[in-house]
Design a protein around this ligand. Structure first.
Ligand code: PEP
Length: 251
């Protein structure tokens, strides 16, 4: 039985006061005690603040991105050792915004994945198709390419503690959510690709759905056999909505 995971991806939002209020609300709510793992991924400059606010709670900490390099002359980059120093257990990799706006390709995402696993930080590997790709019937080709690039570079054993997030690009921040059937169909195929490499890892690995998850649609998405929680953007910035999503995952 896989324990559900709900990860809040705040993207480039928030400031010190907003974060104090939001995280205190979550820590003092049922989100901190649901039967699911709850993870907050703030902008990197606020990781220390969130780390100290969540220190006494079960809420975990993750980053939105990381360098594939260990250290050195890489102006503006953040290393895995720095994330660990601040208590990060997870890092989101290959988010569609990183792929489309910052030119991250499958190879770079795979390098980051390998580096994260080697450092002991759990990767949340994002995969997903654009609207055009879906309309052309290429959804599984795209998702398989993104996933296989990492499996080939890292080896399936490195997926033991990893998480995959299926995030159809057309559903991210658009208010358009994949139907539970659409999500389940892709999640099952992702698990099938993993199973071709290792049945044990495929059974254990959590596959999150991301794309306009909200308090109203979370329960029916999470009810699917292969949907093991959510990667939540916009709704993770609203305490009550995020709490409701965490409750749906823990139900
Ligand atoms: C995301 O940031 O990964 C995401 C899914 O955003 P939203 O929930 O706002 O669509």
């Amino acid at each position: 039985m896989r324990k559900a995971l709900v990860a809040g991806n705040w993207k480039m939002n928030g400031d010190t006061d907003f974060i104090n209020e939001l995280v205190n609300s979550l820590v003092n709510s049922s989100a901190a005690s649901v039967n699911a793992d709850v993870l907050l991924c703030p902008p990197a400059v606020y990781l220390a603040q969130v780390s100290s606010l969540t220190a006494e709670s079960a809420i975990q900490l993750g980053a939105q991105n990381v360098s594939e390099q260990a250290n050195g002359a890489f102006t503006g980059e953040i290393s895995l050792a720095m994330l660990q120093d601040l208590g990060c257990e997870y890092v989101i990799l290959g988010h569609s915004e990183r792929r489309s706006l910052y030119g991250e390709n499958d190879q770079l995402v795979a390098e980051k994945f390998v580096a994260a696993v080697a450092a002991g930080v759990k990767p949340i590997l994002c995969v997903g198709e654009t609207l055009e790709e879906r309309e052309q019937g290429e959804t599984m080709q795209v998702v398989a390419r993104q996933l296989n690039a990492v499996i080939e570079a890292a080896g399936i054993d490195k997926f033991a503690d990893a998480v995959i997030a299926y995030e159809p690009v057309w559903a991210i921040g658009t208010g358009k959510t994949a139907t539970p059937e659409q999500a389940q169909e892709v999640h099952a195929e992702i698990r099938q690709i993993l199973a071709q490499n290792s049945v044990e890892i495929a059974d254990k690995l959590r596959i999150l759905y991301g794309g306009s998850v909200n308090a109203a649609n979370a329960a029916e998405l999470f009810a699917n056999e292969d949907v093991d929680g959510g990667l939540v953007g916009g709704a993770s910035l609203k305490a009550n909505d995020f709490i409701a999503i965490c409750q749906a995952a823990g139900a």
